[in-house]
Design a protein around this ligand. Sequence first.
Ligand code: ATP
Ligand code: MG
Length: 569
Amino acid sequence: MSELYMPTIKEDPADADVTSAKLLYRAGMLRKEASGLYSFLPLGMRVLNKLESIIREEMDSHGAQEILMPFVQSSDLWRESGRWGAYGEEMLRMADRHGNEFCLGPTHEEVVTDLVKNELRSYKDLPRNLYQIQLKFRDERRPRFGLLRSREFIMKDAYSFDADREGLDASYERMREAYENVCDRMGLEYRVVVADAGQIGGDGGTEEFMVLADNGEAELVYCDCGYAADVEAAACTPAPVPYMRAKEGMPAGDVREKVATPGVHTIDELAAFLGIPAAACMKAFSGKDGEGTVWVLFVPGDYEVNEDKASNLLGGFAPLTDDEMKDAGLVKGSMGPVGLPAGVKVAADASLKGIERWVVGANEDGFHFVGAAQGDDFKVDAWGDLCTVREGDACPQCGSPLRSARGIEVGQIFKLGDKYSRAMGATFMDADGSEKPFIMGCYGIGVSRAMAAAVEQRNDEHGIIWPAAIAPAHVAVIPLSPKPDEVTAAAEELAGALADAGLEVVIDDRDERAGVKFNDNDLIGWPVQVVVGKRGLKEGVVEVKDRATGEKESVALDQVLSAVERVLS
Ligand code: ATP
Ligand code: MG
């Protein structure tokens, strides 16, 4: 350790907004160069390399073959797929000296499709699965949380090419198994969840691999029956309450009443004002679809509109700003389906189909309709699953109450289908002699994000607690003596014996006080520490410390290897 470039630091960096960024910086593993751009120092690099080795082994043993594609990509390919325009501001674009346009690769579907386009000619050449471990660049709107959402990051991305759907299903299953193995071997707690296809697109299934962590950006729901889903994607089936039964003394079921509701703007206020449950009111939310058409969405009052689901239903979705609402003639806090301005369309959660009479805004400040009749007073243009699932909702698979947790998405696997191969004319000759587009899958792991996710899941007030499989080294031997003496000699001998047994060992031979050494070694987070002191040596013992539990054990010199191996396993 006296020779290592591992500048450990006592204080948290001022701009670190998440535990992993603080600890990786303080442990001398990572340095920030600019917003979303990082350098990996030697100890961090060892963690990265271990993650990459695990990933390589699992990819290779599951039929994928490693390649390396360029980081800089020509705009021509992105024009072919139609994404040069569609990808948006996350793509960093540039021109070369001849004026040709390029981007820094945010992902590699286009390049890999082009790569196989004229080479995989026949169904006999399929399936193939190609992967790389590469830099990606995404000009994230808000780079934050250190390596969790950086701009430049390391990804393992794999792409499979099959002749048909069944082939894709098999390729996907193999990758799914490889991903489970990777997560198991990293030694982290994780869940595989049903996800939303987002930017990458495709019409097949997609799942995410979530490392569980309390401050993870993603929220997921799960059930003992095995169901687990990202809240953005989890099926949601609310049970709205028909208003006629909501409260005695309300208008009869066939009356539409315009009720003055002064000062009422939220669902809670409306429910309290009318004395009915929120589930008997309809919550309204406005936005525009991909073509700019304005929609007002309705969901049961006790649920929230899910923008990803709205986007899937309507073909793009962006909430209206207050100004846009005004321009469209909408009244914030009192939107309803009756008497909307011309051209504004109505979408509603499928659970409201069975509710004939609605409690909704009257498109007039201070007024609501109680009992507006679906079909007579208004029509719904689009129905769909529009709500965000809540903890306690019924599991769509078995009906038990769902539980929720937070996580960090470290990987995602997609069935793409022919989205890219069709757009880019990447075809093969099938057995019947016809030309068909490849049926593709794509599979990504955020390698640098996984490193930070491990720290988010495994840390305490003293520092990082690396799982043995990805720790920068397995064990630190810590002599409590500043100068060469019998203590340092014993430490060196012990370290040598542990290394001979195949372990990765560091010796803390720095000229530092015991306190400084203990703090640094806890901070860096090797799984095991072996502390060699003068007093113990006299009795022929050293102290073996399990970093995860903090437990210390006095161990005879000839028993150290087995004690260390016990902790590691
Ligand atoms: P997110 O939803 O978190 O932005 P994504 O779904 O856009 O991620 P994918 O396109 O699925 O990401 O990329 C595959 C993997 O790359 C992700 O599972 C994640 O681990 C990693 N990744 C994506 N964006 C970043 C980023 N900005 N910083 C670090 N890792 C990232
Ligand atoms: Mg993803």
